[in-house]
Design a protein around this ligand. Sequence first.
Ligand code: GLY
Length: 575
Amino acid sequence: MKHKFQVFSLLTLALFQLSISVNAQTFFKQHPQINPYQYTIVKEQAFQKAAVTSAHPLASMVGAAIMKDGGNAFDAAIAVQFTLAVVYPGAGNIGGGGFLLSRNKEGVLMGIDYREAAPSKAFRDMYLDEKGNPIEGMSRSGASASGVPGSVAGMFSTLPFAKLPMKTLLQPAYELAANGFVITEREARGLNAERKNFIKNSAQASAFTRKENWKAGDTLYQPELAATILRIQQKGKAGFYEGETAAMIVEEMKNSKGIISLEDLKKYTPQFRKPIEFDYRGHRVISFAPPSSGGIIIAQMMQMIAPYPLTVMGANSFESVSLMVEAQRRAYADRAEHMGDPDFWKVPTKTLTSNAYAQARMKDYQPGVAGNSKLIQAGIAKESEQTTHFSVIDEAGNMVSVTTTLNDTYGNKTIVGGAGFLLNNEMDDFSIKPGVPNMYGALGGEANAIQPGKRMLSSMTPTLVTKNNQPYITIGTPGGTTIPNQVFEGLVNVIDHKMSLKAAIDAPRFHHQHMPDMVSVEADFPEATINALKEKGYTITKRGAFGRMEGVMILPNGNRVAAGDKRGDDSVAGY
Ligand code: GLY
């Protein structure tokens, strides 16, 4: 491994000098208020005109600056997606995928699906051995776990709705990669924890591994990533999906049985999806359609609880939590059975999201009585909990809500040799053995079986809310299968429990996903509610914090209040 470090040091220097000479360093010179070497986390603030919340202070500040420079919420979203790929490598990405949901100032809704796709050589049983058993790690680790990345193409599909050129929107990310930025304590811990995996899974050394451990305040330089961003600036989408970058991705495939080909990269295309919409207590909720399960699940759950007086029941009380858990149980039961990539599987979206269906599903609900998931047939596909979300509202009222992911933290822990970015392990979001528990003990359905070109089922739930047909909230969070429940709870906290956006985001969370039949709660969840649930027969598991919710909400005076989750380095910015 020593050899890898030495080679990387020389390359670092050469590429650093090369990138400095070809690209004028302009963005941070023109925005001296953003200091990549000294920045603070701002958890909540109201802004008069425009606001951004993301997982990293630098990304939020970049998004706000782009809007102040004349960009709109779409410009900000593009700049934030690329900046997160540099400053938040655990989930920000160009090697993964995501969903962008928007409502423009005229009220037009749009969903851009840039979810990864199974490579053309993928097949249904590709992660099973000759006996039909899952091969340990193959769908999670190394190049064999990667779907064809969609993030760069997704941003090019967003560009027609933006105002500034792509080169400008990529510039902050380029400068942060080339000139470095100071990492947080949390980032240092993450990089140190994955050091061995980065080395084991990658063909070449990378910026993420060095002899010493990382610590808060160290500067992370990513010259190879800067060179990749420069190629995208110079050649557009082809700077990633063709030529040098594509060749490097395909070369990296050889190191760990990956199957992404040059042809797969060239033909990757984002899809526009009609958003899911439903009403909840005078609000219009808009969320993402399949291949995300998120929009359908929150539509089901919110309509299931609508007949009940949540405000009277109180936040995180036994009455409200047991009702919401029973809605969660029923909605998640439908997930594996009915949901998958709509280009490959007929998803009964209209039925699943109808109010009549939601009420019929709750017919057997008895207040205060614990349900039993064994009585419901469908199962759940396992997903990792690392992903990231950002929310933007601009001066004109354009709202953009983006959830993007590599799947696991730092994806498949494989850095594309010479290109400096991490690849996703999104293939693990497929049901690797339909109908049978996979190696993580979770069930999946035929709807989400692997097929070439198919998108794997997701839980990402970028969401928007309007009130009186006016923009109101953009919200979302990471957290695998917990995502729809977090968004559900966040919205109920605001709408029913009248919490501020920040309080709604920080409130202790609970999660039930039908199977396994248990309620997991965060450590600070009220003990009285836990005891009452246990008395009624619920199985309760305490667990670490989950999710990092990011929201922006428009107050009656027009101010945009932005809130970042207490659970991470999440930070807000605006003007
Ligand atoms: N990989 C997490 C999700 O798509 O839900």
